[in-house]
Design a protein around this ligand. Structure first.
Ligand code: GLN
Length: 277
């Protein structure tokens, strides 16, 4: 069977399983099985592919048929132009979250805290873009902290990143930061069933939803932040599309000024930032 025929067969199977972009995913998985860049697929003939690689491709297509996310299957995701290791223990970094990073980079900072860092995509991207800064990431999940440590090493910034296992800020040693960022779990409990199977069935529930109306993390973070921020410090969080007003009010109630709601490329409220003074 030619590579083109194998790709067509895989695409058909993925399409039947309800995968949104089956042709693209089939190509991404084949390239990953071959260990090459997707753009080089056209240069490959079937004779260049070993049996082991074909079986690997077959296993990957089967996983995708079960709606496992592509990033989990190939073990990586590009975020802000950097490559992050992704496992089933962490949230798959989202393009919307790149917007939070852009906003964070608007103002210089020397120290940054990421609450619930998961893969580390936010914290580690910020450290990578600002070579003189240092950062702390906390997460309640020990498995997530391991993934973040792998990513810090891959990016060569392990010396500037510290990881603390902590339920919110409970176990964090007393200190202050110029910047606090967080993309907490914010999906309301009753919205979980409506999620795509890739998210609902495969991503860690603890990274997706705090239960209830999804707003509790913002209460915890806005109430705690002033105690962990320098006087001119900044707090930036990602929010759900319908949480802007409620979270902006929490910022204001805790004394934050210049509170700003920013939209993502889809036009949804996605990020809230505020300054302590
Ligand atoms: N900070 C990580 C991210 O943005 C993890 C967020 C989470 O698990 N809720 O991808």
């Amino acid at each position: 069977m030619t590579l083109t025929a194998r790709l067509a067969a895989a695409t058909r199977r993925l399409k039947e399983s309800g995968v949104a972009d089956p042709a693209r995913d089939a190509r991404v998985l084949l390239a990953a099985a071959l260990g090459i860049d997707r753009t080089r697929l056209t240069l490959m003939g079937e004779d260049d592919v070993t049996d082991a690689q074909f079986s690997q491709f077959e296993r990957m297509v089967s996983a995708r048929e079960k709606r496992q996310p592509v990033a989990q299957i190939i073990g990586k995701r590009e975020f802000f132009g950097l490559e992050f290791t992704v496992t089933p223990d962490v949230l798959d970094p989202r393009p919307e979250t790149e917007h939070l990073v852009e906003i964070a980079l608007e103002k210089p900072f020397e120290s940054v805290l990421d609450i619930g860092l998961g893969s580390g995509c936010i914290l580690l991207t910020l450290l990578h873009k600002t070579p003189d800064s240092r950062g702390v990431g906390c997460d309640v999940s020990a498995a997530a902290l391991k993934v973040a440590a792998v990513n810090a090493k891959r990016l060569g910034i392990e010396g500037r990143a510290e990881f603390v296992q902590s339920n919110w800020l409970d176990a964090l040693p007393e200190q202050r930061f110029d910047l606090i960022v967080s993309n907490p779990p914010y999906i309301a409990a009753d919205a979980m069933q409506g999620l795509a199977p890739e998210v609902r069935d495969w991503e860690p529930e603890i990274a997706l939803t705090p239960g209830g109306d999804g707003l509790e993390p913002y209460r915890i973070i806005t109430q705690a932040a002033p105690r962990w921020l320098n006087k001119t410090g900044r707090l930036i969080v990602e929010i759900g599309f319908d949480q802007g007003e409620a979270v902006a009010e929490m910022f204001a109630n805790e004394g934050f000024v210049n509170v700003r709601i920013s939209k993502d490329y889809a036009g949804h409220d996605r990020v809230i930032s505020g300054d302590l003074t």
